[in-house]
Design a protein around this ligand. Structure first.
Ligand code: TRP
Length: 331
């Protein structure tokens, strides 16, 4: 079975866009691959979170991914900082990572522009840490989006360079992997583009959204004055709401409102009310699990321990072999 590794940066809550994108990807992969999914808390130190914030956001990620269906019996689910071998491989890889190539990474250059007062070495070596995460388990597949392509290319470079330097095929060279086209693209509520938190909180529906807030967001979603002639093409804001309905509602509900639209009889108030009801029904069980899991520290601790133990098995093995290859010998 092929090995998959993916890291999750602890930044903010999951919304429906994440759920039908990255999360669905993970849920399918845990059935068919040997998966390691971890919370990238070392990586998050590049932005200097406070101790309280750090633990809180790691916990939130763990809780929400479990609530969304990640199964700790199927996938190895762990916290990056529970695997100290990560840092050792990071150090070893850094010895053959060149400052010039790291400086040319687009996301690094963006950070330098965005936060000129905090251009730390962790930011520069972010791709080496990411390479360590994946190579540590000798993974062959990395499920990441377009924005991570360059980091993935660096990871491949570091793996190949190590193999060449020590003249053996030690690290398999990982490739990008996702179900891409088969995943639904979830639009946002602001009338254009996809759901995302950077477009403002009102644009996204979170899995742990309070039903009252959810309803308000949907009722305020961008629409228009309504169709003026039968069977006219839906403009983007309206099409987006229909797409959202196709995701959370019964097919008959969708067909019903589609017909009303085509007959110019649709009332957006009713349409949005139905959409809000169905979104609440869809997210309610996940939200309930989020609340339950948040209060169950004993279970979270068990999951994290189990994940760390499983992840360390391959991590310890890789580090032991890498040390030997490099030439470290015990006296
Ligand atoms: N950089 C990734 C992101 O921002 C998170 C990440 C860290 C990751 N380590 C990884 C992803 C290893 C895949 C593999 O989303």
């Amino acid at each position: 079975m092929e090995t998959v590794v993916s890291g999750i940066r602890p930044t903010g809550n999951l919304h429906l866009g994440n759920y039908f994108g990255a999360v669905k990807n993970f849920l399918r992969m845990q059935e068919t691959h040997n998966c390691y999914f971890f919370i990238a808390d070392y990586h998050s130190l590049t932005t200097h979170p406070t101790p309280g914030d750090l633990h809180g956001s790691v916990k939130q990620v763990l809780v929400e991914y479990l609530a969304a269906g990640l199964d700790p019996e199927k996938a190895t689910l762990y916290v990056q900082s529970d695997i100290p071998e990560t840092t050792e491989l990071y150090l070893l890889l850094n010895m053959n990572a060149y400052v010039g190539e790291l400086q040319r990474v687009t996301s690094f250059k963006d950070k330098v522009r965005q936060q000129p007062d905090n251009v730390n070495a962790g930011l520069l070596t972010y791709p080496t840490l990411m390479a360590a995460d994946v190579l540590l388990h000798k993974a062959t597949k990395v499920p990441v989006g377009k924005d991570q392509e360059q980091n993935l290319e660096m990871m491949r470079t570091f793996g190949r360079r190590f193999n060449r330097m020590y003249k053996q095929e030690f690290f398999p060279i990982p490739t990008a992997f996702n179900f891409g086209e088969t995943l639904v693209k979830v639009p946002g509520l602001d009338g254009n583009g996809k759901m995302g938190k950077s477009e403002g909180a009102a644009n996204a529906i979170y899995l742990n959204e309070d039903p009252k807030v959810l309803r308000k967001k949907v009722m305020r979603a961008v629409s228009d004055a309504g169709p003026t002639e039968p069977n006219q093409k839906k403009p983007e804001p309206i099409q987006n709401l229909f797409t959202l309905m196709s995701i959370v509602s019964e097919p008959e509900t969708l067909a019903h409102f589609d017909e009303l639209y085509n007959n110019c009889e649709i009332r957006y108030g009713d349409f949005k009310k139905q959409l809000a009801d169905d979104m609440i029904n869809f997210t309610a069980p996940i939200r309930e699990r989020i609340l339950e899991l948040s209060a169950n520290e004993a279970y979270l601790s068990k999951v994290a321990k189990m994940g760390a133990e499983k992840a360390r098995e391959s991590a310890v093995k890789t580090i032991k072999e890498a040390r030997e290859i490099i030439g470290f010998r015990h006296f």
